[in-house]
Design a protein around this ligand. Structure first.
Ligand SMILES: NC(=O)c1ccc[n+]([C@@H]2O[C@H](COP(=O)([O-])OP(=O)(O)OC[C@H]3O[C@@H](n4cnc5c(N)ncnc54)[C@H](OP(=O)(O)O)[C@@H]3O)[C@@H](O)[C@H]2O)c1
Length: 250
């Protein structure tokens, strides 16, 4: 990797993306922190920090961002959205939104950086999925489907990129109640629970709010992404957080 190397991270306005941007800056990397609504005040000022607008569900936005970013050594596809509801209560519009962002956004961003990585015979793409793909949970069918799709996408892609010395890796975080993920999912959940599921929903929500079991922190994810990016020997899947590590039997 060149020194300094450059990482482009999606979804840096909060949570894992913001913490990962901070972590790479502290390690002396050039960081392109992308956000749908760019804010310069979230990260410490640095000549190594470039905040660029990016909506991963918008092809023009991706084109502009990649054109402005310059050479990229590592891409971290972190931007993602969720929905916690029974399938019967999830509008198709919201199911499409989840797949547009989590799956097609990841595919589109990866396609956009691959030509330069292939030509340089160097680079790494890290896709952030979830430990829900290790242990299925109820009310997460659409979200889990999207993250499982990214797992399978990445595992196949890794094989076709290996001959070009370009790596594709996965980071699987556990449940992280400290980020804005739950709050950001709420608009997709309004009125999403048919009466027949109400009691079941209450039990699941109580389990989700449980604070006694181990959880994942943003710093766990930043460290796992760092390892996936910088350690060529890192496994294809890196779990992040105490709960994800336990599920993965790591
Ligand atoms: N929190 C958890 O329990 C958990 C567990 C496992 C995996 N994950 C995954 O980890 C990743 C980060 O989640 P988080 O917990 O840090 O949640 P978060 O705080 O909600 O952060 C998600 C980020 O994605 C951005 N985003 C959403 N849609 C976007 C789009 N179309 N284009 C560009 N950016 C977009 C959000 O930007 P805006 O501010 O513009 O909305 C935000 O910056 C997601 O892929 C999520 O699925 C989360």
């Amino acid at each position: 990797m060149p020194n300094p190397s450059t990482v482009l991270i999606t979804g840096c306005s909060s949570g894992f993306g913001l913490e990962t941007a901070r972590f790479f800056l502290n390690q002396g990397w050039r960081v392109i922190a992308t956000m749908r609504t760019p804010r310069e005040d979230l990260l410490p000022p640095s000549d190594f920090l470039h905040v660029l607008p990016l909506d991963v569900a918008d092809a023009d936005s991706i084109r502009r961002c990649i054109a402005d970013a310059g050479p990229i050594d590592a891409l971290v596809n972190n931007a993602g959205i969720g929905v916690l509801a029974p399938l019967e209560g999830i509008a198709m519009e919201h199911a499409r939104e989840v797949f547009e962002t989590n799956v097609l956004g990841t595919i589109a961003m990866t396609r956009a950086v691959l030509p330069q990585m292939r030509e340089r015979r160097a680079g790494v793409v890290v896709n952030v999925t979830s430990s829900v793909t290790l242990l299925p949970l109820p009310l997460l069918s659409v979200y889990t489907g999207s993250k499982a799709a990214v797992n399978a996408f990445t595992e196949s892609l890794a094989l076709e990129l290996a001959p070009f010395n370009v790596r594709a890796r996965l980071v699987l975080p556990g449940r992280a109640p400290d980020t804005r993920f739950g709050q950001n999912a709420l608009p997709r959940m309004v009125g999403s629970v048919p009466e027949a599921y109400a009691e079941f929903r209450d039990r699941v929500y109580a389990a989700v709010r449980d604070t006694a079991t181990p959880v994942t922190h943003a710093d766990d994810v930043a460290r796992a992404v760092w390892r996936a990016v910088t350690d060529a020997a890192a496994p294809l899947r890196t779990p992040a957080g105490a709960d994800a590590l336990a599920l993965a039997g790591a």
